[in-house]
Design a protein around this ligand. Structure first.
Ligand SMILES: [Mg+2]
Length: 284
């Protein structure tokens, strides 16, 4: 497998030796847990990833956490580690409290009007899915400021494609009028606030808030690309970083090309994290 280069390790360790803060930020689904295409609730974090994140939460000069598309209470329940940074909703909301309830989540100002709009959208989604006869076969995730429809359980890839087209036809323009944008990634259709905020802006905000001097970002899919791009922007500001993609056989080429390091799926991420638990300790 590919691994950190000597130059990357040297840069990380130089930062730690100089008393700089390293941020370890990771996507969740497909990065620290294997995907379940049919049911997003049916996933479990790799136990050794969890253990590594727990170690990071206690290391001086290290800040660690998750940057996920999920809602924060669910994300925290699946991760189960206190003392981490939790950014959810594709970078639109953050909570440091554990466990956090919805009231403990701070949403970026642009996302706040969508808490109310999500109810309107949710009703329409329910009606359209009922009309399409899909109420029983898809899974709706109401993520407070966005709404995801998982169609992984709808049969073959060809059926999914048709279902996705039906859902797009039935809901896209309605959602767009409410200010959402339509996305379709892997087996998930999602209506997300059409605001200039994403995992990239989320990553930059975390870097600023913890005063990180070096960033490690782990991820696996298209919605994470903004985070990888943000690393490039941060590098221009003098903040080093490494973007690590968990590669699968269907990983998007653009993603692979953009990454600083490619590792084989969740096991590859796990090996990197375990390795980092020793590399990020400050030598005395
Ligand atoms: Mg993912």
């Amino acid at each position: 497998m590919q691994h950190f280069t000597d130059a990357q390790i040297a840069e990380m360790q130089r930062n730690t030796a100089n008393g700089g803060t390293t941020l370890v930020l990771s996507d969740f689904d497909g990065t620290q847990c294997e995907l379940d295409d049919k049911n997003p609730d049916n996933v479990a974090i790799d136990p050794r990833c969890r253990q590594a994140m727990r170690v990071f939460s206690r290391l001086p000069l290290v800040k660690a956490g998750f940057l996920s598309g999920r809602d924060i209470p669910t994300l925290q329940m699946l991760v189960g580690v206190e003392g981490l940074i939790y950014v959810g909703y594709h970078g639109l909301g953050r909570a440091d409290k554990f466990p956090a309830r919805l009231n403990d989540v701070t949403f970026v100002p642009e996302a706040r009007p969508f808490i109310e709009r999500n109810r309107t959208l949710g009703q329409q989604v329910g009606q359209v899915l009922f009309t399409l006869g899909l109420s029983e076969s898809v899974i709706i995730e109401d993520k407070v400021v966005s709404l995801a429809i998982n169609i992984g359980g709808v049969g073959t890839k060809a059926t999914q494609k048709k279902v996705a087209a039906d859902i797009e036809r039935g809901l896209r323009s309605f959602a767009e009028q409410l200010g959402y944008r339509y996305t379709y990634d892997l087996t998930t259709i999602e209506f997300r606030p059409n605001v200039p905020r994403n995992k990239g802006t989320g990553l930059i905000e975390v870097v600023r808030s913890v005063g990180a001097d070096f960033v490690l970002f782990f991820y696996d899919s298209e919605t994470d690309l903004d985070g990888q791009k943000a690393l490039g922007w941060l590098r221009d500001q003098g903040i080093g970083g490494i973007g690590v993609v968990a590669e699968r056989n269907n990983t998007d080429r653009e993603l692979l090309a953009a990454a600083d390091l490619r590792v084989p799926g969740v096991p590859g991420v796990r090996d990197c994290l375990v390795d980092l638990t020793t590399k990020l300790r400050r030598r005395v």
